[in-house]
Ligand binder design. Structure first.
Ligand code: BJW
Ligand code: ZN
Length: 251
């Protein structure tokens, strides 16, 4: 594992690779102003994700859970994608087979312009019925402290994945397939603690990919990584792209 200046060997691999997958987590959106889940700076440190992002929390106190999501939805609507998101848009243009696997629900990758995105944990901009799963497109308000209901009578909830819930149909298969065929796999801004997302880089590495970590601090994946860049993804990713495009210009 190397922590370093961009090595020639990695540049060579980036120049020749066709199949690339990236797993992103909350850290990539931190520079946009979206708090992470587990960092010291995390706004949610008042509540741990494990306390609010669960079916039990919603059943016990749907009002509190909805207040948390409406607050985050409002914040996420106000912020903009950052150079880290934009660098991944550039990567999609460079590599023939590029899959962006994200754990984030903030919609910032789509807003930045990424196209081949697998959303493992849903999307905070959408709602669905807690009982029948039907999507609900109108805006949610908590007037009178009431949780709005679906036609079937079930309570509405945000269309995200809580602990203990299955990932969206098809998302897991697409993500594993992209991980297993990747020659290069980047993990960006994730503590790599939540599964099955954190299993993707492991699957990629087992299938022979070169694993590159970009994160503010070391994670359980660092030891496994071929290259680890510790710093802000909004600085490191644009630097990688800049070096790569400079390099690609050389015949
Ligand atoms: C920067 C930066 C900058 C900051 N630049 N970097 C195998 C082993 C053990 C447990 C399990 C297992 N398989 C399944 C489980 C159970 C569970 C789990 O993983 N538990 C562990 C916590 C122990 N998983 C599940 O329940 C999943 N479902 C499932 O497996 O179904 C099958 C099943 C069912 C029943 C029983 C068993 C299995 C579902 C997981 C759903 C996670 N949901 C959440 C909420 C989503 C909605 C919402 O947003 O509200 O997803 S929790 C939260 O954590 C959110 C995130 O996507 C996820 C990951 O967090 P992330 O993105 O890594 O953020 P942080 O904050 O942890 O890290 C940020 C990093 O960025 C830090 O390292 C910073 O340093 C760094 N950083 N600034 C670069 N500028
Ligand atoms: Zn319903």
């Amino acid at each position: 594992m190397q922590m370093m200046e961009m090595s020639d060997e990695l540049l060579r691999l980036m120049r020749t690779a066709g199949k690339v997958a990236v797993l992103t987590g909350a850290g990539i959106s931190a520079e946009s102003g979206v708090p992470t889940f587990r960092g010291k700076e995390g706004l949610w440190s008042k509540f741990r994700a494990e306390e609010l992002a669960t079916v039990e929390a919603f059943m016990n106190n749907p009002q509190l859970v909805w207040e948390w999501y409406l607050h985050r939805r409002e914040l996420m609507n106000r912020v903009e994608p950052n150079p880290g998101h934009q660098a991944l848009v550039e990567m999609e243009k460079i590599f023939d087979d590029f899959t962006l696997i994200t754990q984030n629900v903030d919609d910032l990758h789509r807003r930045a312009g990424s196209e081949n995105i697998v959303e493992l944990h849903g999307n905070i901009t959408r709602n669905k019925c807690f009982e029948c799963g039907r999507p609900y497109f109108n805006e949610i308000t908590l007037e009178g402290g009431k949780i709005p209901c679906c036609e079937c009578g079930g309570r509405l909830r945000p269309d995200v994945v809580w602990f203990g819930e299955l990932l969206p149909e098809g998302a897991l298969d697409r993500a594993f397939a992209a991980s297993q065929r990747a020659e290069l796999f980047f993990t960006v801004g994730t503590s790599a603690l939540v599964h099955p997302a954190a299993s993707m880089p492991i699957a990629a590495k087992r299938s022979g990919a070169c694993l590159v970590e970009v994160n503010l601090e070391p994670t359980p994946l660092t030891e496994l990584a071929d290259y680890a860049f510790h710093g802000k993804s909004g600085e490191i990713l644009p630097h990688l792209i800049e070096r790569l495009t400079d390099d690609r210009k050389v015949p």
